[in-house]
Design a protein around this ligand. Structure first.
Ligand SMILES: [Zn+2]
Length: 122
């Protein structure tokens, strides 16, 4: 595979890695083998692959939070898991905040909003 440039920031001439997402934040395994989920493999430079992991965790947590808000079964129903997710969100916000120019993968405003929702009425 001769990937030319990073799929996120378009940086070229850097070592690129095909991202294998492995397990999600809640320990569930991604189905990387089914053709439907791997039709367009993505390649990222080192900083973007780090952001991609943060983005993945952020999306997982937001997805579970949305379920919780709708009264559906959610991994966040467990207080322990919810607390862990909250800490991870703060970590994500802190790391994303160090990206001076911002990252095409994560919008710090989205993270701030979700953190606020965690503190709001469930
Ligand atoms: Zn990149």
């Amino acid at each position: 595979m001769d990937a030319g440039s990073c799929n996120a920031c378009s940086a070229a001439g850097l070592p690129l890695m095909k991202l294998s997402l492995g397990k999600d934040f809640f320990g569930r395994t991604y189905d990387r083998l089914s053709p439907a989920s791997d039709q367009s493999p993505k390649w990222y430079c080192a900083p973007c692959s780090m952001m991609k992991h943060l983005q993945r965790d952020f999306r997982d947590i937001r997805g579970e939070f949305d379920k919780l808000a709708k009264g559906q079964v959610s991994a966040l129903s467990e207080p322990e898991v919810k607390q862990r997710a909250q800490l991870r969100l703060q970590e994500i916000a802190a790391i994303a905040g160090t990206q001076a120019a911002g990252s095409p993968l994560l919008n710090p405003a989205d993270i701030t909003q979700l953190i606020a929702q965690f503190h709001g009425p469930a």
